[in-house]
Design a protein around this ligand. Structure first.
Ligand SMILES: NC(=O)c1ccc[n+]([C@@H]2O[C@H](COP(=O)([O-])OP(=O)(O)OC[C@H]3O[C@@H](n4cnc5c(N)ncnc54)[C@H](OP(=O)(O)O)[C@@H]3O)[C@@H](O)[C@H]2O)c1
Length: 296
């Protein structure tokens, strides 16, 4: 089958299309014919060697596609079903999945492919700091792929959400029920104008050095979590969520939940950028940043 791989670390130019053997399932896995692949910041972090690992490496941690092979223990989907979920090397003709859910009727493959990383991360962080009904939650980087998923899932829990973003994204945040403010210097004062007593919880979905302000606003590091600021977490005592230590939290529940949420809406939900397995956009779209999510 065809797959996108890199044999050395570097920029988008190291990506190449190669022929590799098709993967097959074990008892608790399904295989999909890949229709679309999500593109996340972690893809370029792997590609540039920031995450280590042996070469060559495949790419693509989330896909949507059509089931074509099921393991002996699988009972919830059959061949021909449309699903989305986590993959190891999803940028290929076929991908093997263990964590997946059905594609909601309101979404196409490209929209569904971009959900998994954002939704799993958002759910994991909301659970870690116990966001629940009545809380006021500050989301730093709320207009990003993970951020907008966090906003929507926090609103699902009946929390009040204040989100930081560039001014150009403020209407976008309002459209999902968040109260926007810009990020950067003076954040504590701006948030106190909206919430004079501070916030109950804070989630850093962007990095950028905001953790001291988030800790001050939330009343302590135990009420704050980051997914993008390892050093800041160490200096402030905030939990850095991500990597193998949180792998056991990556369950099907969050994907099924987002399927339900997305299925109730005709809007496109906050998702990463995606490219079609038949398209040629992969090389140019997987670079040191990412195209903005769809705002339709
Ligand atoms: N640990 C984990 O499990 C995990 C999982 C997924 C992602 N991540 C990491 O989390 C980060 C975000 O991922 P993503 O997919 O959401 O990225 P993304 O879609 O590129 O969004 C990043 C957002 O950050 C905002 N931003 C930029 N500079 C900022 C600053 N100084 N302060 C606050 N916000 C700022 C931008 O907002 P504006 O556009 O409004 O300027 C942008 O929307 C990446 O570093 C990624 O590698 C970690």
């Amino acid at each position: 089958m065809r797959a996108i791989q890199f044999k050395r670390f570097g920029g988008p130019e190291v990506l190449e299309r190669v022929e590799v053997p098709e993967p097959h399932v074990t008892a608790n896995q399904i295989r999909v014919l890949v229709k679309a692949v999500g593109v996340n910041p972690v893809d370029w972090k792997f590609r540039q060697g920031m995450m280590g690992g042996e070469l060559p490496q495949g790419t693509g941690l989330e896909v949507a596609g059509v089931v074509d092979e099921v393991g002996d223990e699988i009972t919830d989907v059959t061949a021909g079903d449309s699903v989305f979920g986590s993959a190891q090397r999803g940028a290929a003709d076929f991908a093997v999945l263990e964590h997946y859910a059905r594609v909601p009727a309101s979404l196409d493959f490209a929209a569904a492919a971009g959900l998994t990383v954002a939704v799993e991360t958002a759910t994991r962080t909301l659970d870690l700091i116990g966001v629940s009904e009545g809380h006021t939650v500050l989301v730093n980087g709320a207009a990003g792929a993970v951020g907008i998923a966090t906003v929507q899932l926090a609103r699902e829990r009946s929390a009040r959400v204040i989100g930081t973003a560039s001014a150009v994204n403020h209407d976008y945040l309002r459209s999902y029920g968040a109260e926007p403010t810009i990020y950067g210097e003076g954040l504590v004062e701006r948030v106190r104008e909206l919430a004079p007593d501070g916030v109950d919880r804070a989630i850093d979905d962007a990095g950028g050095g905001a953790l001291p302000a988030l800790v001050e606003l939330a009343g302590g590091p135990e009420h704050v979590v980051t997914i993008a600021d390892y050093e800041g977490a160490q200096s402030t005592g905030v939990t850095m969520s991500g990597g193998a230590e949180h792998a056991n939290r990556r369950d099907l529940g969050s994907l099924r939940l987002v399927g339900t949420v997305a299925g109730r809406s005709t809007r496109r939900h906050g998702s990463g950028s995606t490219w079609s397995s038949e398209g040629s956009a992969a090389r140019s779209s997987i670079h040191g940043g990412r195209p903005k999510p769809s705002r339709s």
